[in-house]
Design a protein around this ligand. Structure first.
Ligand SMILES: *Cc1c(COP(=O)(O)O)cnc(C)c1O
Length: 354
């Protein structure tokens, strides 16, 4: 079979979802593509993937697979809430800024309440303030604390910081949801076992990202308390998230978890961001918008430089404030890619010869 070729694009720093499928996921997909298997998750690949997640988290959790993170987050949140509840999250949280109101939609109106905190991390004192501000019947009752690990600003919560948040949540009777679109990157940085930053610190449900870690598509919704997962399967089906050929959502998880590639790829992406950071630190006057801890780097740049970088063919997002850009590394970013970008930035930011 030969298809007419499309141009081979260069690797970019716009998002980790620009990357392709990693070899381990590809191999698992090929193996899953032999013969027939039952649909809707009643197959051996789905069972194996769920078992591998139970092994990884060292607990008998309940696992579901969805197509994307927006669905995972919003369905998990909807299942924890009634329509008269509210969800407390950081003002930069994906559930607030990048899901088109899906958490409110799937929960039939649960309100999202935002709080602040430095470098994308929720400040526990602000959680208390938001919850205690009103307790009367006229205000939606706070029900869930939603925490993103790693955060939207490329930082991570240390175990101790999660413990503090968890204490605040417990004090106010909030469940804890974790948006782990880049959970693997956070684990690679923290060097702790996954349980240390999830159920051990009171996380009730984790949305574990697969797409940005090298899968073609898919996230795992992991309920550490099985009672909270009751009827979640129906919620997924109604939302159009029950894959008919589920084995193709599940097989990449088997490929990545069985080989340890999930952590290897995340570490690699983090290391590439660290290399980029080191290169950029050598440019006088360059301003970082947050401390890079995972696979992203946030920079303040003059609009003319941003434009010039685009002229050089680089793609990236500029959604954080005026002048800020996000540079994101992926499982397949190479040192040469990083150096090419850093070389261009260095040249653009060097003072013109007198
Ligand atoms: C990418 C991402 C998601 C998931 O987004 P989808 O495009 O719906 O898969 C969720 N949370 C965060 C923080 C993300 O970066």
């Amino acid at each position: 079979m030969s298809l007419s070729p499309l141009p081979l694009p260069r690797r970019q720093f716009a998002s980790d979802n620009y990357s392709g499928i990693c070899p381990e996921a590809w191999e698992a997909l090929c193996q899953a593509n032999q013969g027939h298997a039952p649909g809707y998750g009643d197959d051996a690949w789905t069972a194996r993937a769920a078992d591998l997640l139970r092994e990884l988290f060292e607990i008998d959790c309940e696992v579901f697979f969805t197509f994307n993170g927006t669905a995972a987050n919003s369905l998990a949140l909807a299942t924890l809430c009634q329509s008269y509840h509210s969800i407390v999250c950081h003002e930069m949280a994906h559930v607030e800024t990048d899901e088109c109101g899906a958490p409110e939609f799937f929960s039939n109106g649960t309100k999202v309440l935002t709080v602040g905190g430095a470098e994308g991390r929720i400040d526990p004192a602000q959680v208390s303030r938001a919850v205690l501000k009103r307790s009367d019947i006229h205000f939606p009752k706070p029900r869930v604390l939603s925490v993103t690990q790693a955060t939207e600003l490329g930082t991570v919560y240390a175990v101790e910081e999660l413990r503090n948040l968890s204490e605040a949540a417990r004090r106010h009777d909030l469940k804890i949801h974790m948006d782990g679109a880049r959970f693997a990157n956070a684990i690679a940085t923290l060097g702790v076992s996954p349980k240390e930053v999830t159920w051990r610190v009171g996380v009730d449900v984790l949305c574990f990202g697969g797409t940005k870690n090298g899968m073609p598509v898919g996230e795992a919704v992991v309920f550490f308390r099985r009672d909270l997962a009751a009827e979640f399967a129906w919620r997924c089906k109604q939302a159009g998230q029950l894959a008919s050929k589920m084995r193709f959502l599940a097989a990449p998880w088997v490929g990545l978890l069985q080989t340890g590639a999930w952590l290897r790829h995340a570490s690699h992406a983090n290391q590439m961001a660290a290399r980029l950071t080191a290169r950029l630190r050598q440019i006088p006057g360059i301003q970082f918008l947050s401390t890079p801890q995972v696979n992203s780097v946030f920079l303040e740049l003059p609009p003319a430089i941003i434009e010039a970088l685009r002229q050089h063919g680089w793609k990236f997002y500029t959604f954080i404030g005026q002048g800020g850009i996000r540079l994101m590394c992926s499982w397949d970013t190479t040192a040469d890619d990083v150096d090419a970008l850093a070389d261009d930035l260095t040249r653009l930011l060097s003072p013109a010869p007198a």
